[in-house]
Write a protein that binds this ligand. Structure first.
Ligand code: FAD
Length: 496
């Protein structure tokens, strides 16, 4: 019998993972990707001897990667050569004072007690809560699917309302552990990865600082792109076919199901099922017939975006550690500016990545490669944001912050700059509103409330990736890939 066929739209992390699972289960799988390379947001480019991870720079939640690679049939450590980055981040505050987040408890004790006497005990209690949140959230929320309302709203989930503190804002919850606003900021800034301000993110997200400190932040030798290469190896070995520079123009539907896709060059491809890895709200708006669902989706809340600067530099700036985070004292105002007013705050918190500290081959000898990432609001409806002005202000903010570390001559040693802003993210990967993390992760857009991985009307159109369950991030995209593949197989009655 001819194997069932599936077309995956997009070769992002979620798309490649779904394709590999389906192919390993005997389906005939083709992936069509609009760009000329796989990886989607996990992108890489090289210029004049410098190499840049243009998207993700943090390999976090290693246990999730490990579990998902195992599900794909290959131990992660066979494919990736990981080195631990510890301290994970160097935090720099407005007055130049610093806090190095590390798994070394003695070093944490000394630093925390110097900032707020007695705070080390609070830190240990906070980690304990983060540990609990991580374990419960992974098992009950992240690694499973919510296909029906009953999967979510059942009595066995009621205790989660208490154990995961979903109704308590993360920042407010910090008062139970720390008094010092800088310490509250030091262990909540990760909420921005979910597109949320800590003033509204559920306290559940204490699992993020916990996993970063307990399980580590890692760096795959060769860069984050190694994850893409590893997945491609698995997918190709499983028999997945890839076609690059092949943008899908529409999904062809007839009645309540899809027949295939039409590519931008006019070719029509047929399949028994379609899995869309392209950003879900974009797919509803641009690839599917208008049926009243795209509008409400576009009105959901989206995560923020970023302006990023990729700099090739004529000399090394060794004083920068791999991950430096400049945290503004006007913490609340910062989030308000990004999340509510969709702009760049006056004194933005920002992140600088120095990958050559981890892999010197990423810059020519005696030179440096730096990436600065400044969170900013996503594209608004008016189209009146001035991205040239915002870019210049963001660059100035990075220079100003670097000066607090004694780096005052970066501009003079600049070899070249490549800059990305929300317009670039939209153009490169078709991300709705240029939002780098897709639909945000507030309570009303999580679990059963997040757009599901199967279309409500078309029985054979599925979704995978950041804007569907479980949400943003590379390891979560792997989970999303497994869950979407499982749904396709269940619907077709195929047992892996
Ligand atoms: C700047 C930045 C920093 C980040 N930092 C981190 C980090 O440090 N750690 C972390 O874990 N995560 C990070 N993330 C998030 C992470 O990159 C994403 O959550 C994850 O890679 C999303 O994967 P995905 O499966 O949703 O697919 P995507 O990466 O969105 O891929 C979808 C693919 O579909 C393709 N496509 C779109 N439209 C079409 C079409 N019409 N036809 C054909 N193909 C199409 C796109 O080109 C793309 O390749 C970051 C993201 C960004 C942008």
């Amino acid at each position: 019998m001819k194997p069932s066929s599936v077309i995956v739209i997009g070769a992002g992390i979620g798309g490649i993972a779904t394709a590999a699972h389906l192919s390993r289960s005997g389906m005939h799988v083709s992936v069509v990707e609009k760009n000329s390379r796989p990886g989607g947001r996990c992108d890489r480019f090289a210029r004049n001897g410098h190499q840049f991870d243009a998207g993700p720079t943090l390999f976090v939640m290693p246990r999730l990667y490990e579990a998902e690679f195992a599900q794909l049939g290959t131990p992660m450590r066979e494919l990736l050569d990981l080195q631990r980055v510890d301290p994970t981040y160097h935090l720099v505050f407005d007055d130049g004072s610093q806090l190095a987040l590390t798994s070394d408890l003695k070093a944490m004790y000394e630093q925390l007690e110097a900032i707020q006497p007695g705070s080390f005990r609070g830190y240990l209690r906070y980690l304990e809560e983060g540990h609990r949140h991580y374990d419960v959230a992974m098992e009950r929320l992240v690694q499973r699917d919510f296909r029906t309302a009953f999967d979510f709203f059942n009595l066995s989930n009621v205790p989660l309302l208490f154990s995961l503190k979903p109704l308590i804002p993360h920042y407010r919850n910090m008062s139970a552990y720390f008094d010092q606003p800088r310490l509250k900021a030091a262990f909540t800034f990760q909420d921005v990865y979910m597109g949320l301000s800590p003033y509204e993110a559920p306290a559940t997200f204490s699992m993020m600082p916990y996993t970063e400190l307990a399980h580590g932040v890692w760096y795959p030798r060769g860069g984050m792109v190694r994850v893409v290469e590893a997945l491609m190896e698995i997918a190709l070995q499983a028999g997945v076919e890839f076609e690059f520079d092949a943008a899908v123009e529409r999904i062809d539907v007839m009645g309540a199901s899809a027949r295939g896709v039409t590519l931008a060059d006019g070719r029509q491809l047929e399949a028994d099922a379609i899995v869309a890895n392209a950003d879900l709200p974009y797919v509803y708006k641009h690839l599917l017939p208008e049926d009243g669902l795209a509008g409400p989706l576009a009105r959901q809340r989206f995560s923020c975006s970023v302006i990023s600067f990729c700099w090739g530099l004529y000399r090394p700036f060794e004083m920068l550690s791999p991950h430096t985070l400049f945290l503004a004292d006007n913490y609340r105002e910062n989030f308000e500016g990004i999340v509510r007013r969709l702009t760049l705050p006056e004194n933005p918190s920002l992140y600088v990545h120095a990958p050559t500290r981890l892999d010197p081959s990423l810059a020519p000898p005696g030179e440096d490669t730096l990436i600065a990432i400044v969170p900013v609001g996503h594209l608004d409806e008016t189209g009146e944001q001035d991205w040239v002005d915002l870019r210049d202000r963001a660059r100035q903010a990075v220079f100003h912050r670097l000066a607090s570390l004694g780096i005052t001559d970066l501009k003079e040693h600049l070899k070249f700059e490549v800059c990305f802003n929300p317009l670039s993210w939209r153009k490169r990967y078709n991300l709705m509103k240029g939002s780098t993390h897709g639909l945000c992760h507030n309570l009303t857009q999580l679990g059963y409330f997040r757009p599901h991985n199967r279309h409500p009307r078309y029985s054979n159109i599925y979704f995978v990736g950041a804007s569907t369950h479980p949400g943003t991030g590379m390891p979560t995209a792997l989970v999303s890939g497994r869950l979407a593949a499982q749904r396709v197989l269940d619907d077709l009655g195929i047992r892996p």
